[in-house]
Design a protein around this ligand. Structure first.
Ligand SMILES: Cc1ncc(COP(=O)(O)O)c(C=O)c1O
Length: 477
């Protein structure tokens, strides 16, 4: 059964809306509430008659306001059952559109994907790895736990970060996303609950929920994690797993302090919940700062996910799981029902790349320059946007003065720049006040992208609730 919202509740939420003219002011206020998530998605709005009575306005005011909501993509009429809330583009927008190719006109700047091009040194590592391949060709080539040399190289990295690790604790996967799916498959089913953050990297939550587990979201605020809320949610739903991104959280860029890791781990122990910690962005500290110790150093039951995509290149399609010894067997078994192992060639390449930090260091230098260029451009061209200067990772999480992230993304796309609006990262709707802007492209491209975003923002801000906000195309990913 769908949720409904009463006319009285809508009246309380819209408060003293702008009445010049009233229909536009009402539509504006309701658009804001739907975009913010204060009125949820798929909620049946009060009938025009009820709202007319409670607001003490004319029936035409409410009729025209609802019409504006529908035109803007914030509501839809369902024959015989009423008017229901939605966001432009529908829930399909709530997917990271990373896998969607650009719009094809060659001039489009795609900032939808927070992943950079390959740093120098990747092709050389491939060329060198080819010479090692013959040694493997006499075998069947299946390594469900990973190439032993790569397992050892990954284990060494953890040890260097203060987390002694045996190579046998590492399972190499085709990326961190596949690792998340594998963990969910191995440890959860339809009876389980999984705690997730919001905003969050949406492909991971989708991968997790594919196993049938139900998600419970806890907000990550502009200031960081609210550990009291985490503790309360854990006590309430006693989830099997908690998926978190403590190192340059995607999309907010936050890093969880060691003290917070210790507190979080205490909460988890109380409810017997196991942390699934996604470290995809961990190696991207751009200011030379020391990173906190891995979450698993605070709770040995932790299952850690790693990725070569952000540290090196997404095209390697390699990631891994670091798990306590006693869980490795279960993970490897689950893996046999999926893909039997990751490609040998790429594992040889990554083994080489992990042997020294040159490539990653050059990669970080480039990202630092791009980050600084992007943030300077946003400050110059979009002075009413707010963002926190993240010390690493790949993106700025920008807060707009109005909940118009989806409208902005739509208008920006028309002007040749693709960005993901806040709702793409919202585990339970809302966040339309935000947009994620990655620094994944060269500086001049980022500067041009910001100029286009500023032009798009000018239009969206002017339009208010009255302008057309239908997305240029519906996205899938
Ligand atoms: C937090 C997080 N986890 C996982 C991934 C995907 O990683 P991979 O390419 O290794 O599958 C990403 C990519 O954006 C990410 O941001």
């Amino acid at each position: 059964m769908s949720q409904t919202i009463s006319a009285t509740r809508v009246a309380t939420l819209v408060g003293a809306f702008d009445r010049s003219p009233a229909y536009a002011g009402l539509a504006e206020a309701m658009t804001e509430l739907i975009g913010d998530g204060r009125i949820g998605l798929g909620v049946r709005l009060p009938s025009e008659r009820d709202l007319t009575e409670v607001l003490d306005v004319s029936r035409t005011t409410v009729t025209r306001a609802y019409q504006l909501l529908r035109d803007g993509g914030y509501a839809e009429a369902r024959r015989g059952s009423g008017t229901f809330t939605q966001v432009p583009g529908g829930r399909s927008r709530a997917h990271d559109r990373a896998l969607v190719p650009g719009t094809g006109d060659g001039d489009t700047i795609d900032l939808n994907c927070a992943a950079a091009s390959a740093p120098p040194g990747i092709a050389a590592a491939y060329a060198a790895a080819v010479t090692e391949l013959p040694a493997y060709l006499g075998g069947h080539g299946y390594f469900p736990a990973g190439l032993p040399a790569l397992q050892a190289a990954i284990a060494e990295r953890y040890a260097a970060r203060g987390l002694p690790t045996d190579p046998g604790q590492v399972v190499v996967t085709a990326g961190a996303l596949a690792a998340a799916a594998l963990v969910a498959q191995a440890f959860t089913g339809p009876r389980d609950r999984v705690l997730v953050e919001s905003p969050v990297y949406p492909n991971a939550t989708q991968a997790i929920s594919n196993s049938g587990a139900r998600l419970r979201a806890v907000p990550v605020d502009p200031g960081g994690w609210d550990l009291d809320a985490v503790g309360a949610a854990l006590d309430e739903v006693r989830p099997t797993l908690a998926y978190l991104i403590p190192d340059f959280q995607n999309p907010t860029g936050h890093v969880m302090s060691e003290a917070d890791r210790a507190t979080y781990a205490r909460h988890l122990r109380r409810t017997g919940t196991v942390a699934v910690v996604d470290e995809a962005h961990q190696s991207l500290a751009l200011d030379g700062q020391e990173m906190p110790r891995p979450f698993a150093a605070f709770d040995p039951r932790t299952i850690t996910l790693g990725s070569a995509s952000k540290s090196h290149w997404g095209g390697l399609r390699l990631g891994w799981i670091r798990a306590p010894h006693e869980q490795v067997e279960r993970l490897t078994r689950a893996r046999l029902g999926l893909d039997l192992g990751a490609p040998v060639m790429e594992q040889l390449v990554l083994t080489r790349l992990l042997a020294n930090d040159d490539v990653v260091e050059r990669h970080r230098d480039r990202l630092r320059e791009q980050r600084d260029a992007l943030l300077a451009a946003i400050t110059a061209h979009l002075p009413d946007w707010r963002f926190r200067r993240a010390g690493g990772g790949l993106a700025a999480w920008c807060e707009l003065p109005l909940a118009r992230g989806t409208a902005l993304a739509t208008e920006a796309e028309r002007r040749g720049v693709v960005v993901a609006p806040g709702p793409a990262f919202a585990a339970e709707g809302g966040l339309d006040r935000f947009v994620r802007v990655p620094w994944s492209r060269p500086a001049p491209e980022l500067e041009e992208a910001v100029r286009r975003l500023a032009a798009a923002w000018g239009v969206v801000r002017e339009q208010g609730a009255a302008g057309p906000r239908r997305p240029a195309r519906v996205m899938v990913a």
